[in-house]
Design a protein around this ligand. Structure first.
Ligand SMILES: Nc1nc2c(ncn2[C@@H]2O[C@H](COP(=O)(O)OP(=O)(O)O)[C@@H](O)[C@H]2O)c(=O)[nH]1
Ligand SMILES: [Mg+2]
Ligand SMILES: [Zn+2]
Length: 356
């Protein structure tokens, strides 16, 4: 397998050129099991560990390799050691309160993240949830695509597509069915040779079924199947990189499926561009759009020019982001408290009307 087939491109090449003549060879991390990393390069699969210097120079968990990372290996008498992690084109992490460097990278270098929902008439199609995922994917550096699965169960797929388009902005929306195969060709075509894609979304929407469909073989167990066996063939849940017939790469790693959406201010604004735009008209530059005088966002809401459920979701997501970021100073904490109070009042009234 050559590097391009594994997802190598000019972005990584440029970074690698800094190490020209170093004797280090690139490889992509497939999975991590404890301290052992399974990588793949031009020489086939190798098992590696990180070089000892990682424990000295690594600023935090996010400096260690994760699934999808490109690393530089040093070989000596058949033993491979990871010397470097190349700059990441995108990254998804499990974020904890506190410093950004403490976040744990779940997967890196994903080009397309499919935000998956299901048109099964239940809770699996929720615009507020899609908004959250959009914020998270915007933040990661990957290109989001919204996938509405189980269209075989939906009487009005066009209506669902229309509804999704109201929150999607310029993000593509596709209706598919992993059961009938509808839309699967289009979906598979998006993931061309050397492009890395992954799926995120709530449990039960059919992510595993779609992946199996795209790969043409059951690599993942779906809700219906038992863990051990599928028509005599083994299925796996340990994750890794999988290849479509067209050469597209699907990265599947358990942590990705249950990622809690979060983001930063910029990605929030990208997912809610009309609110960000309206905010430019507020009297105060640091307006929180809750109870300030001269708030253009509130004025537009009052006139019905902004969608209220979207606005409330915006506040809620922003508040969660603030809680993660804002544990720095006592002063910040007190300010946040005051803000949260006004937010929780807003949300309480909103919950009463049972929109969320
Ligand atoms: N009717 C229908 N059922 C589906 C479709 N895709 C998945 N399912 C079923 O939905 C359930 C959950 O699918 P699974 O792939 O395990 O969901 P995951 O948790 O997102 O990985 C399983 O019982 C699948 O057979 C679809 O397109 N149509
Ligand atoms: Mg699954
Ligand atoms: Zn405002």
């Amino acid at each position: 397998m050559n590097l391009a087939d594994l997802g190598w491109n000019s972005f990584f090449e440029e970074n690698y050129s800094l190490f020209a003549g170093s004797g280090l060879v690139p490889a992509r991390i497939i999975t991590r099991e404890g301290n052992v990393y399974h990588a793949e390069g031009t020489g086939g699969p190798v098992e590696t560990t990180v070089a000892g210097h990682f424990s000295y120079i690594a600023a935090g968990q996010n400096d260690y390799p994760a699934a999808g990372d490109w690393v530089l290996l040093r070989e000596s008498s058949g033993v491979y050691v990871i010397e470097r992690v190349l700059e990441r084109k995108s990254r998804f992490s499990r974020r904890t309160a506190g410093r950004r460097s403490d976040e744990q990278i779940i997967a890196a270098n994903i080009d397309i993240m499919f935000i998956t929902a299901a048109l099964d008439g239940g809770r699996n199609f929720n615009l507020r949830s899609i908004e959250r995922y959009l914020v998270m994917v915007n933040d990661s550096g990957a290109q989001p695509v919204i996938v509405l699965n189980k269209c075989d169960l939906c009487a009005d797929t066009a209506g669902a597509l229309q509804a999704a388009s109201t929150v999607a902005g310029s993000v593509p929306v596709l209706a598919v069915s992993a059961v009938t195969g509808q839309g699967m060709e289009e979906l598979t075509l998006l993931v061309g040779r050397g492009i890395t894609a992954a799926f995120t979304g709530p449990s039960g929407v059919g992510k595993s079924a779609i992946v199996n469909c795209m790969l043409g073989k059951p690599v993942q167990k779906t809700g219906e199947q038992r863990a051990d066996d599928l028509r005599g063939r083994h299925t796996t849940t340990t994750g890794g990189l999988f290849f479509t017939k067209a050469g597209g790469i699907i990265i599947d790693t358990p942590g990705l499926r249950e990622l809690k959406p979060y983001g930063d201010t910029e990605s929030l604004d990208n997912a809610f561009p009309e609110i960000a735009d309206a905010g430019n008209g507020c009297r105060f530059r640091d307006c929180t759009h809750t109870d300030e005088p001269g708030c253009a966002v509130r004025q537009m809401l009052d006139k019905g020019l902004l969608d209220e459920p979207r606005y409330l979701n915006y506040l809620k997501i922003r508040d969660e982001m603030d809680i993660l970021d804002g544990l720095k100073s006592e002063k910040g904490r007190m300010e946040k408290k005051a803000k949260e109070k006004s937010l929780s009042k807003l949300l309480k009234n909103y919950h009463k009307s049972e929109h969320l």
